[in-house]
Ligand binder design. Structure first.
Ligand code: FES
Ligand SMILES: [Fe+2]
Length: 333
């Protein structure tokens, strides 16, 4: 996949206030800040003068001030002030600003010089009123491994034993795997209530559920009730930062109901923290093991129950939608 052709989320909107924020996307260290008009700006995190990290500086009047000698840079990369001189700052940008925007509660940047044609990838739409909150994390693993892990039901009996499902209490489920305009989706039907704790606490009778991956890095899990109302939608945007690290921005949305949002949030947040810790542990073990076997790399061996993993791999390799026939499968989840 060509990362230059896409928008990548780099921060939660509400994290970016009046101080600079450092981030890294595909190995490029950036500084984020808000310009005068409140819009996000992204510049390389390196002052051109003596290479100090601009993210250690300050935001002044919508411009970033270097912590070393105080040179100031506007959102477009122009230097507007060189303290101690009265030389007119040059009109040509000294830093290459990156296209940035704000959408769906996130700040996005693009590494290409041009703004990508497609807008940032949005969460699934719902007509219901939703309670939402965010969880962010950083994991040492690849985008592909994280996306597959997030959407794969068959590890839950082991990695999250008792939290999501039990190995000894499986149910027969019909699945349909189909291509999407920008990804792939598995639809699970005839799924009764799960045996794990999360399901017992937060779900009524389950209708259908979906797991989907959309380019360049959105993984979503959606649980619907029997009347097609939403129980839970988890949208996880994944951004490779560099050095094998991956940033995760997960939005957890539940239908508004009788439970106060703050209570639901605090219980769900703690549960998701546990699940995330368990996933992080196995994902980091997997990437450490891949490094141990660097000298003899291997292609992963897909099983029949790997519903989405192989498609995710092809989508990420090719960087564009892939054509395949919709297929149905019976599984024991
Ligand atoms: S290093 Fe930034 S002003 Fe000198
Ligand atoms: Fe998991």
């Amino acid at each position: 996949m060509n990362p230059l052709a896409h928008w990548w989320p780099v921060a939660l909107s509400h994290e970016l206030r009046n101080t600079p924020l450092a981030c890294q996307v595909h190995g490029t260290p950036l500084v984020l800040f808000r310009a005068d008009d409140g819009r996000p700006a992204a510049l390389p995190d390196r002052c051109p003068h003596r290479f100090a990290p601009l993210s250690a500086g300050k935001v002044r009047d919508g411009q970033i001030e270097c912590p070393y000698h105080g040179w100031r840079f506007a959102a477009d990369g122009r230097c507007t002030r060189v303290p101690g001189t009265n030389l007119a700052p040059c009109s040509k940008p000294l830093l290459d600003s990156l296209p940035s925007c704000e959408a769906h509660g996130l700040v996005w940047v693009s590494l290409g010089a041009e703004r990508p044609l497609a807008p940032p990838v949005a969460p699934a739409e719902h007509r219901q009123k939703l309670d939402t909150f965010w969880i962010t994390d950083q994991v040492q693993c690849s985008l592909q491994d994280a996306a597959e892990n997030f959407l794969d039901g068959f590890h839950t009996h082991f990695v999250h034993a008792g939290w999501i499902r039990h190995d000894k209490q499986r149910q027969k489920i019909n699945t349909r795997v189909r291509p999407l305009a920008d990804g792939v989706e598995a639809v699970y039907s005839e799924e009764g209530k799960q045996s794990g704790l999360i399901s017992r606490l937060f779900e009524g009778e389950r209708g259908a559920s979906m797991g989907r991956f959309r380019l360049p890095g959105l993984a979503e899990i959606e649980y619907r009730d029997r009347r097609d109302g939403l129980n839970l939608l988890v949208s996880a945007w994944l951004t490779p930062c560099g050095d094998g690290q991956l940033r995760l921005f997960a939005r957890i949305a539940t239908a508004q109901g009788w439970l106060p949002a703050a209570l639901k949030r605090s219980v769900l947040r703690q549960l998701f923290r546990v699940i995330l810790r368990q996933d992080r542990q196995i994902l980091e073990q997997v990437s450490a093991n891949q490094r141990r076997f660097q000298a003899s790399p291997a292609t992963p061996l897909d099983g029949p129950q790997d519903l989405l993993g192989p498609s995710i791999r092809r989508l990420l390799e090719q960087g564009q939608p892939i054509a395949f026939e919709e297929r149905q499968l019976e599984i024991w989840l």
